[in-house]
Design a protein around this ligand. Sequence first.
Ligand SMILES: NC(=O)c1ccc[n+]([C@@H]2O[C@H](COP(=O)([O-])OP(=O)(O)OC[C@H]3O[C@@H](n4cnc5c(N)ncnc54)[C@H](O)[C@@H]3O)[C@@H](O)[C@H]2O)c1
Length: 256
Amino acid sequence: MKLNDTLAAVVTGGGSGLGEATARALAAKGVKVGIFDVNEESGNRVAAEIGGTFAKVDVSDPDSVAGGLDIVRATNGQESICVNCAGIAPAAKTVDRDGNSHDAATYAKTIGVNLIGTFNVSSQSAAGMCAQDPLNDDGERGVIINTASVAAYDGQIGQIAYSASKGGVVGMTLPMARDLSRNGVRVMTIAPGIFGTPMVSGMPQEVQDALGAMVPFPSRLGQPGEYGKLAISICENAMLNGEVIRLDGAIRMAPK
Ligand SMILES: NC(=O)c1ccc[n+]([C@@H]2O[C@H](COP(=O)([O-])OP(=O)(O)OC[C@H]3O[C@@H](n4cnc5c(N)ncnc54)[C@H](O)[C@@H]3O)[C@@H](O)[C@H]2O)c1
């Protein structure tokens, strides 16, 4: 897919971190970007800075997603690119120090935002993509990029809900790509290692330095722009489909 100003994209979690970097990278290529976020202030700020459109959307709610798609499509037209970056990462053990089992509501919320939210946006976006004319000689109609995490494979202590949600995103990748293959819509997932986003940059500097030192090479935190660059490559390379790419400097997380 050749990125230019004839294309539109939707980026969830576009008000911060990896989503923000991706929204900026797409806009720099001329793509008209619709940003979904629960945080109105940051979502509006990024949208204003890149000449994009913001819609307040809670990805875990299918009606909210449908309403957001109506808003951004009214301005930008049908999106050919859908990038799912909205996510939450609460930490809790299966059984805590005091003997209490993991709060079921926290578990359900994590699955609701990270896994069901990704499903809600990607399935509704795909329906619109399938209905549009092909963009090129390959018959390509769109690309969906989901965000898992290395925690899908090497979940740490306290990451049971988060790892399960991200494992679900990994598991959806191939069947969703197969489902949409007849329609020329590709599906890829990026599994980031540790990136310097607000999720991490709020930690004390020595903790961030220690996290960076755990990465074999390059020994530092990933930069959000590096995620954005991979998202752009995935859009541009039509042979990338149905696969998960770890973007992690070869890190394999220890139990804690
Ligand atoms: N930063 C990392 O090291 C890292 C590593 C692996 C995976 N990830 C994943 O990458 C994605 C982006 O993370 P980030 O580091 O940029 O985090 P971030 O907190 O900077 O950004 C996440 C954005 O999602 C939004 N959001 C949260 N819940 C939402 C909901 N229900 N509906 C709509 N928007 C919602 C937040 O308001 C925020 O703007 C997440 O899925 C995260 O799990 C991040």
